[in-house]
Design a protein around this ligand. Sequence first.
Ligand code: ADP
Ligand code: TRP
Length: 323
Amino acid sequence: MRILTGIQPSGKLHLGNYFSAIKKMLGYQASEDLYLFLANLHSLTTFKDKDIQWQNTKDAVLDLLALGIDPKKTVFWVQSDVPEVTEITWYLSMAITTSQLSLAHSFKDKTARGITPSAALYNYPILMASDILSFQAQKVPVGKDQKQHLEFARDIAIRFNKEYGEVFTIPEPDIDENTALVPGTDGAKMSKSYGNTINFFDTEKALKKSVMSVISDSAEIDEAKDPDKSVIFAIYSLFLNSEEKVDLANRFRTPGLRYGDVKKEMLEKILEHFAPFREKREELSKQNDYIRDILKEGGLKAKALAQPTLEKIRHALGLSDFF
Ligand code: ADP
Ligand code: TRP
């Protein structure tokens, strides 16, 4: 099965990215046909500075390789290295209306948080559809926040196929209910754009600061606490098996629990979980040439896969084969 996903290099990778998309890709790596890219054209919509943009991209490459993405098993590239996708975006924009785009939750959330409502941000879902459809992906692992974008991609593919002939595979979202929406330190969706993330490769000091800032209610130590309403419980649970989760829920319901103690335990869990990857990352950070070669090769493989789709579209639209 062809499985594809993208991650924006718009800041440090965080637990939301890890549990909903990256961990899944790692699990599929042994048996499936995998495609993973850094959506740096998407992160231009929240662009700050070219040096930061480039640093974020490099950091995300290191993060993903350190976590275990194996370029021999996964085609791994940077979005802007495959301009076929941007050309296809234009063709796909005919298969979606502005009134549909105006319903995008992500556009509304981002502009409500002060991000400039540029045309690029508005058209973001079409570029994302192209990321998926250009490679004829069948399955797309994402968090719940991307569900609507996946629906747009499916609608676009269905409409295009109907109007111009069968060109695209219709992709399926792959959303796991348990990790679909990881809350951030403030209880809202954890997101690089919202400054509420827990970044697993941060220094211990910075990680401690984020973990200790996770929001809690004002329940006193001697009161029982509701695990289902707790952001601390939701994040900590990601690292626990079902038995450990039941134990933690019982500790919440038993008077005497101190949130500060649970946060310290959670910090230890996070550090322990990511310790081996941290070492690997350190090693990789010294191998610039190796990293450059991986991305170059990944970009060429991705291009080779997008080109036949592009040819098919041009043909379907009467843009080629005149002579
Ligand atoms: P961000 O919102 O932090 O910029 P991205 O847009 O790069 O993150 O998302 C990359 C992947 O991580 C997508 O599949 C997205 O659905 C997933 N993801 C991002 N934040 C969360 C979250 N808080 N919970 C679950 N999945 C998330
Ligand atoms: N928009 C996605 C996000 O913010 C990132 C992304 C871009 C993506 N293109 C994609 C995810 C294609 C899956 C498939 O999370």
